[in-house]
Every structure is written in structure tokens, then in C-alpha cells.
Design a binder for this molecule. Structure first.
Ligand code: MG
Length: 378
């Protein structure tokens, strides 16, 4: 259960938070926003508790540190979130340090998103998840001010939202069979690979389900001949694409694989932000990109990357970390624009505090509520 008093406030904004924002209403001849006030930014640490110990090629874990954020303006609150799987280098400590430097009290127009988010990005390099938590909250607020959900503001058709995958982590065949009972109505499954039981993982899942599969070795394959052999075998098994098969530094091997693989090779760990996408296109490293808000610093750059990748003729996937329905719903607004979705992060945790995007019969159903379309439930 959260309470407003749990929130920490960026140092420079502390004074502003103690007094109610100055507000006024009224019609404007130009139809411009007439609500007035200062932006007040708050954040608090949160720990996501996972339903199962989650194993990928690098490691196992049962919790994920997160930051919950709010931007308040004239009585409206926009919600945001940073999810910080430890292997990405951010933590409660780094996010707290970064967010303490975010002073939104100097802005009185939340629609100045380019300037505000540019200023936040310039505070320091790195910290993509912490930056995303500000970006998401600002998008939620602006959408609420406009009274529209972001897929509509972006001009996207909710009916084009794709199927989404449910992820099966690496485990013994017995545990995988147990996890398969939770698959429910999902019409696509993502299988984590990259340890020593790749074929067993796929065969176990295949023995229990006929739906299309996707594969994610998380940089776990070291040998490019093994990788290309697996790509051919996975295609026969009904796999649609492979995420980050080899270490991100191996760009020549990845480019060779991309050129020769019968399945699209998508860059995840190897493509974080916009400049990485452009480099990947120039080098031919990947045939597609995995976009995640926690890598891109939020919705704004993710939207740009999705549109640029399409213009490059690259495949697009929108994914997530383990996240509450806040960040997952924020990402969902991009799904009518992309080829594939992997937005199950909220289903992997026990302590979600929001309700938003839904998955019905394996397909993403966007919330038509304003902003990122979420409701606080705890
Ligand atoms: Mg991945």
C-alpha cells in the first residue's frame, strides 16, 4: 500500500511541494491549455516480487528493484516507473541519486516535452530506466490533460495491437512442464535459451503446445556455426525470430548470422538507444530491434526508434522488463506500430499496484483511458 508521504522529492523541488501549486482555469481564445501551475515531481523506491525464480542465460533472481514516480500538475497526476534488473547496472541507489537531481518545478507547461525530457536526459549519461520513469509520468500527465490515450495521440489504430508472448525461463524439463500450465490463452510463447539445454527447452515446450514460438538466448551462444545451425533447426520447430543470439560485442559474427539466418535476428542487449539502431543498420548487425522503454529512456525515444526501424525495413519488437502494469501499459501504446510484442512483465510479478493494458486470448487490448491508461489499485 503506498502513501503520498512515502515519496521522496527532488531536492530542488522540495520547496515547491510544500505549497499547493498556483492554479487557475479559464477559456482561451486560441483553445490552448489554460490550466496553470508548476510541475511537482515525486519518486519512491519499490521492489517487484516475482512469482517464480527467473533464469536467463546470465543469472537467476526473485526480485527486481523499481522506482515509482509521479508528476503532479494542477491536481492531475501522471504515473511513471523505472524497472531495474541488476545486470543492467541501475539500482535503487543510482536511481535515487539521479531522480534527486530532477527539478521539474522550473517548468509550468507540461506540453514542452521535448525541452523537459531533453533537460532530464542531459543531467547525466546512462540511467535509462530512471529517465524512463520521468518520461512515462510526463506522458501519462500530458495524455490526461488532453483527455486521450497515447495510441490515439500518436494516430495509431488499437485494433492493430498484436499478439503478445508469454516467457518460459530456462529450467529442467519437469519445471518447464509445470510452468506451461500457466500459459493459459497465450497464442505465442517466448523460450529463453543460451545454457546447455537449448533443444530440450524447445522440445519440452513443443510437446505441450503448438503455438508459434520465439527464442531468446540472451547473448548465450558463443559459436556462430552453432548459432546458424540452431537458426535452421528453430525454424523447423516453428520459431519466428531469435533475439540477441550472440554477445553484443561480436558485431561481425552477428552481421554474418543476420545475412545467412533463415530467421530474423533481433538486437536486444546490442541496441539500447537511437544511435545504436542507426549503427546496427549501417553495419547490418541485426535484421530487427527489440525496443524496451527501460533502454530507450521512455516512450518518446521508443516511438522515434519504432518509426525509424520501420523506415529502415527492420523488424520491430516491443518488450519489457519485469514491471508493474504502469510501464507495461506505457509500452503497449506503441504496439499497433510494431511487428511483435513481448509484454508480459506485469504477469510475472506478485505485487502489481496498477491496472491497465490487458491480454485477451493472447492479444493486447489497449486501455482507452487517457494518458498511459492505468488505474492505481494498491
Ligand atoms: Mg531479449
Amino acid at each position: 500500500m503506498s502513501d503520498r508521504r512515502d515519496f521522496l522529492i527532488g531536492a530542488a523541488a522540495a520547496g515547491a511541494a510544500l505549497v499547493s501549486p498556483m492554479t487557475s482555469f479559464g477559456a482561451s481564445r486560441t483553445g490552448r491549455l489554460t490550466r496553470k501551475g508548476k510541475l511537482v515531481f515525486r519518486f519512491r523506491p519499490y521492489t517487484l516480487e516475482m512469482k517464480h525464480v527467473f533464469t536467463v542465460a546470465e543469472m537467476s533472481r526473485s526480485t527486481t528493484p523499481a522506482m515509482m514516480t509521479e508528476i503532479e500538475f494542477d491536481g492531475l497526476i501522471g504515473y511513471g516507473e523505472a524497472s531495474m534488473p541488476p545486470y543492467l547496472g541501475e539500482s535503487h541507489k543510482t536511481a535515487q541519486e539521479f531522480l534527486s537531481k530532477v527539478d521539474l518545478s522550473t517548468y509550468d507547461d507540461p506540453f514542452q516535452m521535448e525541452r523537459i525530457l531533453g533537460d532530464v536526459d542531459a543531467i547525466s549519461p546512462g540511467n535509462p530506466a530512471a529517465k524512463a520513469s520521468v518520461d512515462i509520468a510526463l506522458h501519462d500527465l500530458v495524455g490526461k490533460l488532453l483527455g486521450q490515450p497515447w495510441f490515439r495521440i500518436w494516430g495509431l489504430d488499437a485494433a492493430k495491437a498484436p499478439l503478445t508472448t508469454f516467457t518460459i525461463g530456462i529450467d529442467t524439463a519437469a519445471v518447464v512442464r509445470e510452468k506451461m500450465k500457466e500459459v493459459g490463452g497465450f497464442k505465442m510463447l517466448k523460450v529463453k535459451l543460451g545454457k546447455d539445454n537449448d533443444r530440450e527447452m524447445i522440445e519440452t515446450v513443443r510437446s505441450m503446445s503448438k503455438v508459434p514460438l520465439t527464442a531468446d538466448p540472451n547473448q548465450g551462444w558463443q559459436d556462430r556455426q552453432y548459432a546458424i545451425d540452431m537458426a535452421h533447426w528453430l525454424k523447423e520447430q516453428g520459431v519466428l525470430y531469435i533475439e540477441q543470439p550472440m554477445p553484443k560485442e561480436r558485431i561481425d559474427d552477428l552481421a554474418w548470422l543476420t545475412a545467412n539466418s533463415p530467421l530474423p535476428i533481433l538486437g536486444d542487449e546490442g541496441i539500447q538507444r537511437l544511435p545504436d539502431l542507426i549503427k546496427a543498420k549501417e553495419h547490418g548487425t541485426y535484421g530487427g530491434v527489440v525496443i524496451k522503454l527501460m533502454k530507450t529512456t521512455g516512450m518518446r525515444e521508443a516511438h522515434t526508434m519504432a518509426r525509424l526501424a520501420r523506415s529502415f525495413g527492420m523488424k520491430t519488437l516491443i518488450g519489457c522488463m519485469t514491471e508493474t502494469s504502469c510501464a507495461v501499459s506505457a509500452a503497449s501504446h506503441l504496439t499497433p506500430l510494431i511487428d511483435w510484442a513481448d509484454l508480459d512483465g506485469n504477469l510475472l510479478i506478485k505485487n502489481d499496484i496498477f491496472e491497465g493494458m490487458k491480454v485477451v486470448d493472447g492479444r493486447i487490448v489497449l486501455s482507452d483511458q487517457p494518458g498511459i491508461g492505468i488505474k492505481k489499485i494498491a
